[in-house]
Each structure stands twice: as C-alpha cells, then as structure tokens.
Design a protein around this ligand. Structure first.
Ligand code: AMP
Ligand code: TRP
Length: 333
C-alpha cells in the first residue's frame, strides 16, 4: 500500500549520527520505495523557538537540505522544502492551538527538558512547538511519520489533536491521524561518553557525538575514545541489560550495517571491545565520510540548493494551501 510520508528536521546545526540512524536513514529507505509519496521538511519555524543567530540559521537551513540530499533523498522524487516558505504551517498551528487544551501540552516531556528549571523564561513558541508539528503533519494528510523515539509523545498529541478537530467540527475523517514509524533498538542513539544520555547536538563535548560532517580521522578517533566497560561482548541481547555503553555501540553497528542486533551479537559475542571498535570505526567511516564529502560539495552550490528548496516549497504549497482552505471553511471563515 502506498504511504504518505512527512517528517522534519530542525536546522540547528551539528546534525549527528543519532539524527541519521534515528531519522534520515529511514527517510532514504522510504524515498527509495517507489510507492511512497514523501515530504521532508527543514523545520526552520521550529528552530526559532530558541534564539538563533541570523547568518547561522540561513547556513543551517541550506546545510540540512544538503544533508538530506547527500544522504540519498532524491529531490526529483521527494519534496524537500523549508517550513517558513509555506504560510499554511503557521496558520494551521494557530487554528489547532485554539482547540488543544493546555493540559495536553503540560504533559510534554520535551518542553520540560528544553525549558529546564526556569520555565517562566522559556518562549511561548517552545511551549506550543508540538502544535506546529501537528500542523506540519496534518496539512499533508500524512499516513506515516518517521522519527526517533524522542518524538513519540508529539505524535500521540498530533493524533489526539486530529481527532479533537474532527469531533469538534463534526467532520469525520477530515484530519488524518498519522502512524509513527520508529525503528526498534535504533531509535535512541546515545552519547559516546555516557550511555544513559541521548546523543545530542547541544552536548558541549564534541567527543559525545559523530557529526555528519566529521572526517574519517575524526570518526576513528571518536570511536577509539568512546566509553565502554571492561567485560567482553555478550552473545545475547538480555546480557546487555545494565551495560548501556555496550548496548549503544552494538546498536550503532547493527543499524549502520542494516542488520539485527542479534546478528551483531553472533558476530562479535565473546570478542574484545578493541577488536569490535576497529570494525565499528571502519564501517562508520565508510558510510559517513562519503555523506560528509557530498554535504561539503553541495554547500558550495547554493544556487542548486536554493532551487531545490524553492521547487519543493511550490509543490508543498499546492498541497497545504488546499488543506488550509478547507480547514478554514469547516471552521466558518
Ligand atoms: P531534531 O534535530 O531535534 O530536529 O531531530 C531530527 C530527528 O532526529 C527526529 O526524528 C529525532 O527524533 C531524531 N533524533 C535526534 N536525536 C536522536 C538520537 N540521539 N537518537 C535517535 N534519533 C534522534
Ligand atoms: N519536532 C521534531 C524534532 O525535533 C521536528 C519536526 C517538526 C517534525 N515537525 C515535524 C518531525 C513533523 C516529524 C514531523 O525532531
């Protein structure tokens, strides 16, 4: 059955292995299935929920688009665009924010994490960020949304908002509740320095993550320095309990080689980490450095990137523009 895919990535710089394995690698697989209609959005309106530097923001928008293309998303098959170019996203977000109860938003754990201790100082935008995300998805009647584990709660909220709109305005199946596509075992890639912390662009230590722009030598060095424990590699998944760093590195290996964790454990069970790390560094650099080189090449061709984004925005506008018009009619505007 054909799927309508929508997903977004924030242009906040330092895209890393977690973004790649948790999200972008799946975008590529979905793009490659000819039955799917895919839309991949650089969510720049989400990025400004925290303060951004103007020049860095515009560079990061292009770099995120370049990363999509360098990873293997074909812009002649999938729509690639940036959110701020299509008015309907912000307009839809306002409409949906008028029906989503505050109680639902108060449960969002990402807001609590990002706002930190002093919630009073966080922007209102950061608080209603999940509603903008719901608007993104619902405007395109997306059936499936590929994301990492951290976005699961936002997708549940999206489904609730869709159902509430349909009920409040008595319009049955007008907004489509989407299904999340979250890869078991690989949807939460952890820091290379602490297996209990998510790999993140905001971690002050660059050694905690593999950036998609890292060179081969940087990747090898980071894997060499990655935290492990002093036991050999187990041969069964249940023996990974309470060994978060081992679990993380073995999951990374499995995901990047597109094989199950079980198969990796059969391959390396009983061996030392030093041997495993050599192979992990080898496969990571063979998969990531070509992407990194292609990103660098594309970044120098801004004319091409701007053209891809403009064409994508025009196609996205056709779809979202129609949906928002119908939405406004249903409301009574
Ligand atoms: P963001 O950069 O926050 O816009 O995230 C883009 C996508 O990458 C989302 O689908 C996230 O769920 C995913 N993602 C971010 N960090 C990780 C991680 N450490 N492990 C797995 N997926 C991640
Ligand atoms: N909130 C997502 C993140 O931080 C990014 C995002 C915005 C998104 N709109 C979306 C993801 C729509 C999927 C679908 O990772």
């Amino acid at each position: 059955m054909s799927k309508k895919i929508f997903s977004g990535v924030q242009p906040t710089g330092n895209l890393h292995l977690g973004n790649y394995l948790g999200a972008i690698k799946n975008f590529v697989d979905l793009n490659n299935d000819i039955q799917n209609e895919c839309i991949f959005c650089v969510v720049d309106l989400h990025a400004i929920t925290v303060k951004q530097d103007k020049d860095q923001l515009s560079n990061n928008i292009l770099e995120t688009a370049a990363t999509f293309i360098a990873s293997g998303i074909d812009p002649t098959k999938s729509i690639i665009f940036n959110q701020s170019k299509v008015h309907a996203h912000a307009e839809g977000s306002w409409i949906l924010s008028c029906l989503a109860p505050m109680g639902w938003l108060n449960r969002m754990t990402q807001f609590k994490e990002k706002a930190g201790k002093d919630k009073e100082k966080a922007s209102v935008g950061l608080y209603i960020y999940p509603i903008l995300m719901a608007s993104d998805i619902l405007l395109y009647d997306a059936t499936h949304v590929p994301v990492g584990e951290d976005q699961k709660q936002h997708l549940e909220l999206t489904r609730d908002i869709a159902q509430k709109f349909n009920k409040d305005f008595n319009c049955d199946d007008f907004l489509k509740a989407p299904e999340p596509l979250i890869k078991k075992n690989f949807a939460r890639i952890m820091s290379l320095k602490d297996g209990l912390k998510k790999m993140s662009k905001s971690d002050p230590s660059d050694l905690s993550r593999i950036n998609l722009t890292d060179t081969k030598d940087e990747i090898i060095n980071k894997i060499k320095k990655a935290k492990t424990d002093s036991y050999p590699i187990p041969d069964e998944e249940k023996k990974l309990i309470d060994r978060p760093e081992a679990q993380n590195l073995l999951s990374i290996y499995s995901s990047i080689s597109s094989q199950t964790l079980d198969k990796t454990l059969v391959e390396f069970g009983g061996k030392k980490f030093s041997e495993f790390k050599n192979q992990l560094a080898e496969i990571l650099s063979s998969k990531i450095s070509p992407i990194s080189e292609e990103i660098k090449k594309l970044i120098n061709d801004q004319e091409y990137l701007n053209k891809v984004l403009a064409e994508g925005a025009s196609k996205a506008e056709d779809i979202a523009g129609k949906k928002i018009k119908e939405m406004k009619k249903i409301i009574g505007f």
